[in-house]
Design a protein around this ligand. Structure first.
Ligand SMILES: CC(C)(COP(=O)(O)OP(=O)(O)OC[C@H]1O[C@@H](n2cnc3c(N)ncnc32)[C@H](O)[C@@H]1OP(=O)(O)O)[C@@H](O)C(=O)NCCC(=O)NCCS
Length: 178
């Protein structure tokens, strides 16, 4: 399997992967197009996974800010997509880990995600609210463990707190339901 960063002419392949993975949630496909074109989401990190030259997985990270703390480099992972015929073969895991490795090299301090704790805990994501990071929109108490953070630079935890403000394209309540 090959994983590489995407270019502007990869949009068709990216959307094909997203459509196959999120067949029952087409809203996510629009989100990807919008985020890639949203200046407030930059810098994004967009990775495609290929098997035999065919795109089988995609992951997107976009920039977020903390409401009351400047000068912290932080991202959010949304969405992660693997085409059905390639699921449960480690593709999603390799995309997450490759993305975290690249972001770490780029000095990103924090990476947020709203997703399955059972899935994301294996990469070191931990519940974010209890660490002082409020989600952009409130999450139901019973699902609050789905709001997670991966701490790439532990020193920022001395002062990093508060509400996470995401890019305009992601700043819509419909994307914050878990
Ligand atoms: C969720 C998804 C990205 C996982 O990618 P993948 O390549 O299939 O997963 P991996 O092979 O890396 O990991 C497989 C493990 O994840 C678990 N897993 C898969 N999907 C899961 C989910 N939605 N919630 C919790 N665990 C999940 C599997 O049970 C398996 O667990 P095991 O290692 O304990 O056996 C992929 O199934 C997918 O694209 N689903 C549709 C889109 C989606 O729901 N995306 C969610 C992220 S926004």
């Amino acid at each position: 399997m090959l994983i590489r960063e995407t270019h502007s002419n990869d949009l068709e392949m990216i959307l094909a992967v997203e459509k196959a993975a999120f067949e029952i949630e087409p809203i996510v496909v629009n989100l990807v197009s919008e985020l890639l074109n949203d200046p407030s989401a930059q810098p994004t990190l967009s990775l495609l996974a290929f098997q035999n030259n065919n795109p089988i997985g995609h992951i997107l990270f976009s920039r977020v800010k903390l409401e009351n703390v400047s000068l912290i480099s932080a991202s959010i992972l949304a969405p992660l997509a693997v085409i059905p015929s390639s699921q449960n073969q480690g593709v999603g895991s390799q995309l997450v880990q490759t993305g975290l490795d690249i972001l770490s090299r780029l000095e990103t301090a924090l990476v947020f995600v709203l997703g399955s704790p059972a899935y994301y805990a294996r990469f070191g994501f931990q519940p974010a609210q209890i660490l002082g990071f409020d989600p952009t929109y409130p999450i139901l108490d019973k699902n609050i463990d789905a709001w997670m953070v991966k701490i790439l630079k532990p020193n920022v935890m001395n002062y990093a707190k508060g509400k996470v403000i995401c890019a305009n394209a992601l700043n819509k309540p419909e994307y914050w339901i878990e």
